[in-house]
Design a protein around this ligand. Structure first.
Ligand SMILES: Nc1ncnc2c1ncn2[C@@H]1O[C@H](COP(=O)(O)OP(=O)(O)OP(=O)(O)O)[C@@H](O)[C@H]1O
Length: 715
């Protein structure tokens, strides 16, 4: 069988058939011999190809150049691969035992190969000697060998796959923990990380966590076992070959070294082409997903032609690169095929003179061909595995980079929390009159932009929310949105932030939520994190039942305090009541059949599962968000245009409920009708800024100094 090293497979990586070794005689280049050691190569190649397939593409920010530092790849490999086997946690020893079992089975496959090598020799000797009795006996031995040998190969493949799968699950869960801790998933998006540099953003984290991890564990295990197998194989068959004819061994070493050098030279641009292919396929797929997610908007705009044009362009880019990849693969395949086929002749050609002289039996020719094949395969790992190795190093690079960026994010968060002072300049704060919000003159405008400091201090001595000299920049640092803002909102109070679009209202919320940290100054929230609830401009609907929508995020997520969270979980009656309060009672009727028969009609409706963001209007989704707020009853609510899609009457009704509650809230809104529901108002007004600032900043930011009227104008 010719090894099709250049062809890229669209097959799923875990197609079982690709893992079953081709040990049947006649399917292998050596024609008469059984060479199961090759099965590893086949398996590894398919597994690695999975990272290259169209539907699981994970592009890198940039392809590795030929100068990619091998040391970095090695370090990344070690930091990704070792913890599973060395971590001091429950289960590590069982993993090691399983690995030992798979290693044992791998060694057994080599043993079986050696036995078949001798069986083949005797079988063909009996044939050439025209000895029917010996032939029948050898045939039986051969058949018996199948019965014993085949299960060894099958089980080795099965247990290896199983172990790789368990490893994958472990590694994926570990990455998910890192991904969701300290809001890395948000910070990792290009341009939102602290400092916003490209290096803090990684593309397609979804691809890295899913397909790259699967490819990594499969390939790492497969390749390690292949190397081990190759080593054992090399020792076992070198002995056989050396005992037959030492010059044959020398010819083999020369042949394999030449092959390795040749394939490296021919295949070197395959690495870059593979990387490009992945990026282009990912772009194509991303556009398709965007169309699906924005189907209604595209349909309203009648933007089909535009979308189709874009998709065709991206497809063309992928096809063009793929053509180059095919050409490069074809050239490499010419070489590898020739390399593979020629070895069918080479050993026979070298030992044939000995046979003609009667120095060896006919079966020895077959035996030497088989041994030659084995050793050549072992020595030619690079030739046969070139594409796999290239793909594997790409996977290591992507995953390693991903892990490092998450660690960097974590380190920067830790550094910030360590540098934050235990108490801060209360002398700057103008605490006093009945107005809870104070716009305070800044002490200095020259604070170096070392990042916004956030503190969740328990206790309300200085108000529930306090901003001190907050200067806020966009994550990329390209513009300063707010400069030296100091204010305070006390418990039970409310604040309305108004101002023209794009002035930075939501950005202040981002700073309060700790999402944006570029700039300087301090944000102190005298309320535990879990007692703050944010209603974003675009409501977020989770995947799940109607009940899940309403209990999110307080009771939906894996709570750190699960037991108490469960105790305080609202009953279905409370959930239904809240739905009615936010004027969504009609949903209970609409979804009563979708949820299926449960305990009563309302419970059935709460169990309904549909695509909520597609099924509910934006106004309905906003009311769902309000229902979440009322059920969760947090201490502090941050409402970013949370009623923008609602009619005035419903908006009024919802704010009346909020006003009567104990929730402290900060709203962003444009409508004047919101003013009566807020005790304090903050206006961001760029026109005022340019009017009062004697030296308007070049970035167009609004300065808050002791300016009267202040740029952040109290109303
Ligand atoms: N990730 C980002 N990187 C760089 N700039 C950003 C980013 N997100 C928002 N901006 C910019 O920051 C500015 C303030 O955005 P913000 O969302 O705070 O405005 P806003 O006042 O809430 O506007 P609107 O009323 O339209 O919601 C805008 O000019 C916006 O383009």
């Amino acid at each position: 069988m010719i090894k099709n090293s250049g062809r890229r497979s669209y097959q799923r990586a875990h197609t079982n058939s690709s893992r079953i070794p081709s040990y049947a005689p006649g399917l292998h280049p050596s024609i008469h011999t059984i060479t199961p050691a090759k099965s590893n190569f086949k398996s590894v190649r398919h597994v690695t190809t999975c990272s290259l397939q169209v539907d699981t593409i994970a592009p890198l920010n940039s392809p590795p150049s030929s100068s990619t530092d091998l040391r970095i790849i090695y370090n990344r490999l070690a930091s990704l691969a070792l913890p599973y086997w060395t971590a001091s946690e429950e289960g590590t020893s069982s993993r090691r035992w399983k690995l030992a079992g798979v290693v044992g089975l791998t060694l057994a496959t080599t043993g079986v190969s050696v036995v078949f090598n001798y069986l083949g020799r005797d079988f063909f000797n009996a044939l050439s000697e025209k000895d029917p009795e010996a032939f029948s006996r050898q045939l039986l031995w051969y058949m018996g060998g199948f019965v014993v040998g085949i299960p060894v190969f099958v089980f080795k493949s099965y247990f290896q796959g199983k172990l790789a799968l368990e490893w994958r699950q472990w590694l994926t869960e570990k990455l998910l923990i890192d991904y969701f801790s300290d809001r890395s998933f948000y910070q990792l998006q290009a341009g939102t990380g602290r400092g916003g540099s490209d290096q803090d953003g990684v593309d397609n984290p979804d691809q890295r966590i899913s397909s790259d991890v699967a490819a990594f564990t499969d390939t790492a295990l497969g390749l390690s076992l292949t190397l081990l197998n190759a080593f054992i194989d090399l020792i076992s068959f070198s002995g056989i070959l050396f005992s037959i004819y030492p010059p044959l061994f020398a010819a083999l070493v020369a042949y394999s070294v030449g092959g390795t050098v040749g394939s490296l030279a021919l295949g070197k641009n395959l690495v870059t082409l593979n990387f490009d292919q992945e990026a282009r396929e990912a772009d194509f797929r991303y556009n398709l997903v965007r169309v699906r997610e924005n189907a209604e908007s595209v349909a309203f705009y009648r933007g089909e032609a535009n979308e189709q044009g874009l998709l065709v362009k991206r497809l063309a880019a992928a096809v063009q690169n793929y053509m180059q990849l095919l050409t490069a693969s074809r050239n490499l395949e010419f070489f590898t095929s020739f390399y593979r086929y020629f070895i069918q002749l080479l050993p026979a050609a070298v030992v044939a003179p000995l046979f003609f002289q009667g120095k060896i039996e006919f079966g020895v020719i077959n035996q030497s061909t088989s041994a030659f094949n084995h050793i050549l395969t072992d020595l030619s790992l690079v030739v046969y595995q070139f594409e796999s190795l290239a793909g594997f190093s790409a996977v290591i690079d992507r995953l390693g980079q991903f892990q490092e960026v998450m660690l960097r994010q974590k380190a920067s968060t830790t550094t910030l929390s360590q540098t934050f002072p235990s108490s801060y300049g209360s002398s700057q704060l103008h605490v006093g009159d009945s107005r809870a919000l104070q716009v305070l003159p800044a002490s200095s405008s020259s604070s170096s932009l070392r990042g916004i400091e956030i503190q969740h201090a328990l206790g309300e001595r200085q108000g529930l929310v306090t901003l001190t000299n907050l200067t806020l920049q966009t994550p990329d640092g390209s513009s300063t949105l707010v400069r030296n803002l100091s204010l305070k909102v006390a418990a039970g109070q409310s604040l309305l932030i108004m101002g023209p679009s794009g002035t930075g209202k939501t950005s202040i919320m981002r700073a309060l939520a700790g999402l944006w940290k570029s700039g300087s100054g301090q944000v102190a929230l005298h309320v535990p994190e879990q007692d703050i609830m944010f209603l974003p401009q675009r409501p977020y609907m989770v995947v799940g039942t109607l009940r899940d929508q309403l209990l999110y995020p307080k009771w939906h997520s894996k709570s750190s305090d699960e037991a108490s969270a469960h105790l305080s979980r609202p009953s279905d009656e409370q959930v239904v009541e809240t739905l009615k309060t936010v004027r969504l009672g009609a949903l209970l009727k609409r979804y009563v059949t979708t949820g299926g028969p449960k305990n009563g009609r309302n419970s059935a409706a709460l169990d309904a599962v549909v695509d909520w963001s597609a099924s509910l209007s934006v106004g309905e989704q906003q009311r769902i968000a309000w229902a979440r707020l009322l059920l969760a009853n947090p201490k502090l609510a941050l409402l970013d245009e949370a009623t923008s899609a609602l009619d005035g009457e419903t908006e009024e009704a919802l704010y009346e409920i909020l006003e009567d509650s104990e929730i402290t809230y900060i709203s962003i809104g444009h409508r004047p009708s919101l003013k009566p529901f807020h005790k304090q108002k903050l206006s961001l007004n760029p026109t005022l800024a340019s009017a009062v600032s004697s030296a308007p900043s070049t970035e167009g930011a609004w300065e808050l100094k002791a300016i009267v009227p202040p740029v952040y104008r109290m109303m």
